[in-house]
Design a protein around this ligand. Sequence first.
Ligand code: CP
Ligand code: NVA
Length: 298
Amino acid sequence: MKKDFLKLTDLTKVEALELLKKASELKKFKAEGTTHQPLKGKSLGMVFNKNSTRTRISFEVGMFELGGHSLFLTPDQMQLGRGETIADSARVLSRYLDGILIRTFDFNEVTEFAKNASIPVINGLTDLNHPIQVLSDLFTIYEKLSRIDGVKIAYVGDGNNVAYSWISAATMFGLKLSIGCPASCKPKLHEGFKITDSVDITEDPIAAVKDADIIYTDVWVSMGQEEAPEKISLLKPYQINQSLVEAAKKDVLVMHCLPAHREMEITSEVLEGKHSIVFDQAENRLHLQKALLETLLA
Ligand code: CP
Ligand code: NVA
């Protein structure tokens, strides 16, 4: 039966940990120059309704390296953009492709696609969540710290789609997650979504980063949102700068899913500083996504 990846909880903890192991093996193959092409003859359609650098390119290169092929599709060039339904599009694309990646606004569009497709559907970011990013970040954390259980992540900034996926991850993996954000920027949780005791939300950025192994941030204005000056000024005390980094553990690691807006949510000094692992983090999207593609499409 086909398996989708629309949210982190579509995987069991065991399946997710298997993916991290596989990602590490695929990273090693690439470093050694070992050819590994389990997806020969397979095609991935990639529907992008929003901009992307990392997601698009890492999936495209990932498919190529696994021996497969990818197609970059934009709704405005498909009949989808002229009113063909998601259901019909999903049924037709399922006759040609072996998997579909979708980045769009409304999470319900991704679930509608998955419901009507007979091939695996992967969520490449929605307004609600960004599960592939956080799964890949768990791989990076595991690679750097050799553990995930009990790691303290301080997510400081806007309570957006990435923050939402971190809340899922904390519940699933036994992370300690502290979200530091202004009251009006708290993550919006959809009905039935449960926050466990391992997650706390505070308006104090210093309290959020106390004893943190990882400080994580993301843009203050996500794609599709209006740049509201009031929101930016509310978020200013939540900037990841040197003094906030010094309030965490001595060897804290700094992560950002990128793209970054330097001197807004993070200073250049921190992004380029010795605690930052953001470019290793970006690279790991490729390895983790290859592991997911092989698992779902082979
Ligand atoms: N982090 C991330 O998903 O980046 P892109 O928007 O460039 O894909
Ligand atoms: N929260 C950001 C993530 C970009 C990868 C956005 O949705 O624009």
